[in-house]
Write a protein that binds this ligand. Sequence first.
Ligand code: NAD
Length: 510
Amino acid sequence: MTSPAPSSGTAPQSLDDWRALADALRPESRAYIADDFVDAVSGETFTSVNPATGQTLAEVASCDEADAEAAVTVARRAFEQGAWSRLAPGSRKVVLLRLADLLEANRHELALLDSLDMGKPVSSALGDMAGAIGCLRHHAESIDKLYGEVAPTAEDSLGLVLRQPLGVVASIVPWNFPMMMTAWKIAPALAAGNSVILKPSEKSPLSALRLAQLTRDAGLPTGVFQVLPGFGHTVGKALALSMGVDCLAFTGSTGVGKQLMQYAGQSNLKRVYLECGGKSPNLVFGDCKDLDRVAEHAAAAIFHNQGEVCIAGSRLLVDNTIRDTFVDKVLAAAERMQPGDPLDPDSFMGAMVDRTQHQRVLDYIRQGVAEGAILRTGGQAMQGEGVNGQGLFIQPTVFDAVTDNMTIGREEIFGPVLAVFGFDTEEEALRLANDSDYGLAAGVWSQDIDRIMRVSRRLQSGQVFVNNWADMDQTVPFGGVKQSGNGRDKSHHSLEEYSDLKTVWMTLDP
Ligand code: NAD
């Protein structure tokens, strides 16, 4: 079934508007292979459930190895035929800009699909759409402005350095920002001329299938973009082990990232770019000017998207000279960030993605209490005000007096749980911040520019936010160090991941 796109002319404003749009949706739920929507070869399906209400959204095709093989064959053929891979970059740009326009025209529907599928507030999903569209436009616009190189060789030779697409790219993405994570992967990969197979998370497949319809409308040639919904251990693993896939572009957990590197080694040594988990430290020094503003940001850094954020500021490291005052302000901010119906435009937090994740977060909270951290607020499951009492919500939760040997101070919880640590010196703050397997993001709040630069340089992290949390732009790279991964999404640097350098060496007769 295809979904009737809600008209972009009637932008939903209220909870009732969004509910009306949701009632009208008939999401596409089949795999997208070679320009067609098809059932999985096995005929198997899995159920997509709205975690805010417990209601079934769709029975979705559950792809496995057979579907992966079919899609890889089609993608390879498309790449070899060259209708996209050898198309002039300026012509690829035109198609991708058309796709961006289609995403823009259908942004409410796409945001709604993500909100229904994984529980995030629809207003936040709309913000993701702006990021996804901006990402697509950025890479579309840049691809015909990148030049190759002529090497500085002697006169009797010419060394040309060309950039060429890799071939077949499999993008395996998570559920926490379905459309935005997808755009960060597929925009540079398509712009560079690759054939792309997208494997959305089994917890949020619906927007990816709507995107497939839009790529067809935009005029991407057959086989250049395909979508295989299904589970990681079936279709995801098959793509990762495939001899016909040249690159795995992955966003997800560190554990699965490690498996993908093994699969690459067991198969064709495909390149593997990983954007993995985090346990990001947010350092608040005693010289901060506006503690109310800092507290508001520190709370949003962990409670935005229900804490289901790779760069959640989940470890709050506070100078002991201001800790009591500051934590009180964070508690007040948390109070204003309670979960609500994801379709209510005023909700700051929505539902946890599914029952497993809901239980996992509650287990961590219990463990925090058992290990001696002080629970200052939250810690309880909620049914969800104004929904139907079946939702998987959790209160914003703050633990104080966390130490670096506690589980909640070390492991990625991926939920609305903040761990507050105290520190006495800058050196101690840095030691605590860097004492982690992860290195995705870090924050520094201070007015002292010397301290800011000293600390920023020494933080083991892919990005450091100074006097903000998670301010970003399409023009700057995003990625981690240590076990947070090795890839860089966004900016020109991500284009480099989806192309090979080729040297053409000519001997000349001077
Ligand atoms: P996950 O690792 O469980 O799943 C991610 C994707 O991998 C899904 O599509 C899943 O089906 C697939 N997968 C699972 N097992 C697989 C296997 N054996 N072979 C191939 N594919 C497999 O992660 P998740 O729960 O979907 O997402 C949450 C995680 O993602 C968190 O750790 C979060 O920090 C991370 N994340 C990182 C970033 C970043 O940019 N660094 C961004 C968003 C999320």
